[in-house]
Design a protein around this ligand. Structure first.
Ligand code: PLP
Length: 259
């Protein structure tokens, strides 16, 4: 049976991040991809110039229309922009359960533009996080969710990961890309296991959409793999996409990865 994966996220017209990246990852990993769009952005590799949020009732209309027709095996949640949309998505997933929920706690684009209003962070933590099979915060996002200082080493990273797990999700993938170390360590934390996964750092500026791509890849793989395998294969997929990023040569700014 074909895996049907849904992304609930924002649009990146430059194709490197957001739903456009998610749909590419779904396809490449053998899933049939669908999308519910939460926000339009005007952006290129040089940054985000504007955001136009979709009214929450129309986010609901998109989801309900799909849900009534098509069985959804997994969902990846990305950019949600404001607390009204967060509340709508939480309501939708409570009323219409989906077996695999990957929550990418998107907050700020690499160029610095906010993709989530500050007052929506607590709604993500309180309403969406407890529904998630796995959340995939980077270190600034983990700190914002916990309202604490950003982790500066791997011990702090693990401690914060456990604190997030206690808030009610089934697993946490703490992404250590922001640590000032040679390798980029990630920790997969569940109730009974902690697994350290590292990837060598690749010298490229073209990393636009890496978080989107990883979380979408996990969502594509989760229905047919256990959590650990899904995360490892998704990381391999992203690693390949970053390794080949410089061959793409798209735009003048932070270009997309190649996948
Ligand atoms: N645009 C959209 C719609 C996104 O969802 C994201 C990340 O989740 C970004 C932009 C930011 O991508 P990056 O920070 O990798 O440049």
């Amino acid at each position: 049976m074909t895996t049907v994966a849904l992304t609930i996220a924002g649009s990146d017209p430059s194709g490197g991040a957001g739903i456009q990246a998610d749909l590419k990852a779904f396809s490449a990993l053998g899933a049939y991809g669908m999308s519910v769009i939460t926000a339009l952005t005007a952006q290129s590799t040089q940054g985000v110039n504007g955001v136009h949020a979709v009214p929450p009732d129309f986010v609901e209309a998109q989801f309900n229309t799909l849900y009534q027709d098509i069985h959804i095996d997994s969902v990846k949640i990305g950019m949600l922009m404001n607390k009204e949309i967060v509340t709508s998505v939480a309501h939708l997933l409570n009323a219409n359960p989906i077996a695999n929920i990957v929550l990418d706690t998107v907050m700020i684009a690499k160029g610095g533009h906010p993709l989530l209003k500050a007052d929506a962070i607590s709604a993500i933590r309180d309403r969406l996080l407890p529904l998630a099979t796995i959340i995939t915060p980077n270190l600034p996002e983990a700190a914002a969710l916990l309202d604490c200082q950003e982790a500066k080493n791997e011990d702090e990273m693990q401690r914060q990961g456990y604190k997030l797990l206690k808030l009610g999700c089934q697993a946490v993938l703490m992404k250590g890309g922001h640590l000032p170390s040679q390798e980029s360590p990630d920790y997969l934390i569940t109730d009974n296991k902690i697994i350290r996964m590292t990837s060598p750092r690749i010298a490229t500026k073209n990393t636009h959409g890496t978080g989107c791509t990883l979380s979408a890849a996990i969502a594509a793989l989760l229905p047919k793999h256990n959590l650990e395998d899904a995360v490892k294969q998704a990381k391999n997929y992203l690693q390949g996409a970053i390794e080949h990023a410089d061959s793409l040569k798209i735009g003048k700014g932070i270009g997309p990865t190649h996948h």
